[in-house]
Each structure stands twice: as structure tokens, then as C-alpha cells.
Design a protein around this ligand. Structure first.
Ligand code: COA
Length: 387
């Protein structure tokens, strides 16, 4: 199958509880992305910009994408904001890929941003709350941790799985985060620590949850022809797939998996012409540890109910046969909502160029990013390769 577009540059701010405001975070990611283009980039050649953000920083509600043009320093650039809750970044990336693949734009930039920590917790709860089903779930007081807690209970019960499998996801992702200088948490944890952490939404404890983070990420995408002029090692986008599901979890046929992820994965694999066994490294949406187990099953890397055993056997560790979240994932790297999907593309850009330093997965040639909106209402899956 042909390459649809190529990433030629990528930038990333620190993720965490940061002093910088949203504009400064965005600028760091954009400057990093532009500076990383091997043969240099004339910013004025960028034809379009996409900004993924849920709440920006709580203050710029409308028209936030104009700030992207300002911080990139390209006056007049057409910009679009993409908002699909936690999947905003993955969907923005795919919109950008379509713009390039259709021949509409030869060079585009995609940035993702969230500034979550200097808004009041009431406002943050509001932003996250209105990204789930507001008719029933939020009226019943369910947070995202609450919804994923229900999914985790059902999973452990139906498949007779021990909470150790959830803890193993946390241990693995914290271990990977410790090797990522941009991660929110850079400290390994022990399995007992994860198992005994205070409960947030039973059976999920503190270490089963992603944190509340600030951060931004950006990538520059070009047509394959232009990409080869800009660098000797472009990272190609070979397949994109996206889908949605009923917004409210109680309206769905099945609690144990997201049909949006399954549909998105099938479409992306079909488009890329790759088999599951051909994937060298995965960025999976692990907003809660249970989400990583569900993701492995929804993406088709194992059967239903088998992700716990796969994880406990060490297959998803950096050194395992299917490395998942080598950058620490949402769990340890952090989850600044709009930035997450773009940050996944940043990580896979580094991994496929052999530039991921201490957390490099040796010989990575084909990679998959999986980005979920809320509790599975939307999902985007993107497959990348070295060509
Ligand atoms: N994992 C590990 N440690 C965490 C953590 C997490 N998710 N969240 C906070 N901590 C640590 C902090 O670093 C701090 O450590 P310190 O005392 O050594 O400085 C300590 O726990 C307390 O931090 P605090 O910010 O007061 O925690 P909190 O109780 O207010 O929040 C959660 C903890 C889990 C409730 C919060 O991180 C959360 O809501 N996460 C989910 C966010 C979410 O829903 N995103 C959308 C997903 S779909």
C-alpha cells in the first residue's frame, strides 16, 4: 500500500505540573518540531495548522486555533481546532493526513495542547465531565475514573483475572516513564505499591489512573515526495482508521471492549496492508490501567480476556515481543488531553528513527498509535512505518 503522508519533524514540551502557560507550551512543541526537520523548514511553506485541545487552558473557549498561527509565527495561516476529548490529537493527526494525502496541502502542522493544572478543580471536572455522557452518567455522579472502574470490575469478574494484571500495566509504564525525560512521572514503582495505593474508583487505585497534566506536542507532516527532500528518514503514515460508538456506556451491547477501537483498528490495518504480527511497537491509550488491557484486545493483538495473561507474561514490556507504551503511556508520561494523540505520534517518530534514547525499542520498523475519546465514544488508530 502507498504512503499517505510522512512525519518530517516532531517536538514535545515536558508533561507534568508546569509553571508555563498554554502559549509557552505550544511554542516549545512547535519550535521543537520545526527545528527537528533535518534539512531545515521554511515556516511560511506550511499550508495549514490543526490544533487539538479540549479546553485550551480553560480560558480560550472559541477560536483557539488562531493561537497556533501566532505561536508558530505564520500570520494568516488557516487553522482548525479539533476536539474529540482525549482523542483530539489522534483525530487532528488524521485530518492532517487526509489534507496531505488528498493533495490539498503539501505541508501541514499538527499540535496538541492542554493546560490542566492551573484551572480550578471545579472547572477541570466540568471539562472532563462534559466529555462523557452528560445525560445519565454525569447526572449519576460518574467521573471517567468511575466509568473505567466499572469496566475494570466487570473485566476482573468475567475473566477471573487478578488485580495484579492491572498493577503490572502500572509498573511497566512507570518503568518506561522513568526513561523519558518529558514524562510527568519519572520514578519506577513496585507492584505492591500499585496494589496497595489508595482507591480512586474501586478496583482502580491511584496507580491505575493517569494524572492531570499540562503539556503540548507537535508534528510536521509532508507529502511523501516533499518529505524525501526534507529528510533522509521520514516516518510514513500508511494507514488511518477512526470510528465512534454510543456516547453513553450503558447504551452499548458490550462493556468489555470498545467497538470504536475495533472498527478503527480494522480500518487502519486494512489501509496499511499490514498484519498484527508486523507491528514492532504500540502506543496504546492507557488512561486507566484497564484501558491498556482492553486496547490490546480491541486492537486484535490477543483474544478477548487474554490481555491480562499477555501482560503478566511480560510480552508488552519494552523488551517483550510487543512493546506497548515505551514512553510511559498516559499512566506515567501524563495525559494533557489534547496533546496525547500528538505525543503518541512524536514517540513513534522517535522510535522508528531509532532516536528514542534509553527507551528505544531495538529494530522498530512499523508502529501503531491508538487514541480513545473518553470511555470509548471515539477512537483513532494510525499505523506508521519507516517505508
Ligand atoms: N499516578 C501516580 N501518582 C499520582 C497520580 C497518578 N495518576 N496523581 C497524583 N499522583 C501523586 C502526586 O504526584 C502527588 O504525589 P506527592 O504527594 O509525592 O507530590 C500525590 O499523588 C497527590 O497528588 P494530587 O494531585 O493531590 O492527587 P489527587 O488525589 O488530587 O488526584 C487522581 C489523583 C487519580 C484523582 C487524579 O490524578 C485524576 O483525576 N486522574 C484522572 C484524570 C482523568 O480522568 N483524565 C481523563 C481520562 S479519560
Amino acid at each position: 500500500m502507498g504512503h499517505r503522508a510522512a512525519i518530517v519533524g516532531a517536538g514535545h514540551s515536558r508533561f507534568g505540573v508546569l509553571a508555563e502557560g498554554p502559549r509557552a507550551l505550544l511554542r516549545t512543541a512547535l519550535d521543537g518540531a520545526v527545528a527537528s526537520v533535518d534539512r531545515g523548514l521554511d515556516r511560511s511553506a506550511i499550508a495549514r495548522g490543526y490544533l487539538a485541545t479540549l479546553g485550551f487552558g480553560g480560558w480560550q473557549i472559541g477560536n483557539a486555533s488562531a493561537v497556533l498561527a501566532e505561536e508558530l509565527g505564520v500570520p494568516g495561516l488557516p487553522t482548525v481546532r479539533v476536539e474529540n476529548a482525549c482523542a483530539s490529537g489522534g483525530f487532528a493527526l488524521q485530518e492532517a493526513v487526509q489534507a496531505v494525502a488528498s493533495g490539498h496541502s503539501e505541508l501541514v502542522v499538527v499540535a496538541g495542547l492542554e493546560k490542566m493544572t492551573d484551572v480550578s478543580s471545579a472547572r477541570r471536572r466540568y471539562w472532563l465531565g462534559v466529555s462523557g455522557d452528560t445525560e445519565w452518567e454525569r447526572q449519576a455522579g460518574l467521573t471517567f475514573a468511575g466509568v473505567y472502574g466499572l469496566l475494570a470490575s466487570a473485566y476482573l469478574d468475567r475473566y477471573r483475572v487478578s488485580p495484579e494484571a492491572l498493577a503490572e500495566v502500572a509498573v511497566k509504564n512507570h518503568e518506561n516513564g522513568a526513561l523519558n525525560p518529558n514524562a510527568h512521572f519519572q520514578k519506577p514503582i513496585r507492584r505492591e505499591q500499585a496494589l496497595s495505593s489508595p482507591k480512586v474508583a474501586d478496583p482502580l487505585g491511584l496507580y491505575d489512573c493517569c494524572p492531570v497534566s499540562d503539556g503540548a506536542a507537535a508534528v510536521v507532516l509532508a507529502s511523501p515526495e516533499l518529505a524525501r527532500r526534507l529528510t533522509d528518514s521520514p516516518v510514513y503514515v500508511d494507514g488511518v482508521g477512526a470510528a465512534s460508538d454510543r456516547l453513553a456506556v450503558q447504551e452499548r451491547d458490550d462493556l468489555l471492549g470498545f467497538s470504536a477501537s475495533r472498527r478503527a483498528a480494522d480500518a487502519a490495518f486494512r489501509a496499511a496492508g499490514v498484519r498484527r504480527e508486523g507491528i514492532s511497537v504500540v502506543e496504546a491509550h492507557d488512561c486507566f490501567t484497564i484501558a491498556e488491557l482492553l486496547a490490546l484486545e480491541d486492537l486484535g493483538f490477543c483474544g478477548r480476556g487474554e490481555a491480562a495473561a499477555l501482560t503478566l507474561a511480560g510480552a508488552t514490556r519494552r523488551t517483550g515481543r510487543l512493546p506497548v507504551n515505551p514512553d510511559g503511556g498516559l499512566k506515567a508520561k501524563g495525559h494533557p488531553i489534547g496533546a496525547t494523540g500528538v505525543s503518541q505520534a512524536y514517540e513513534l517518530f522517535l522510535q522508528l528513527r531509532g532516536a528514542a534514547g534509553a527507551r528505544q525499542v531495538p529494530g522498530a520498523r512499523t508502529a501503531l498509535a491508538h487514541n480513545v475519546g473518553g470511555a470509548g465514544a471515539t477512537a483513532a488508530v494510525t499505523i506508521f512505518s519507516t517505508g
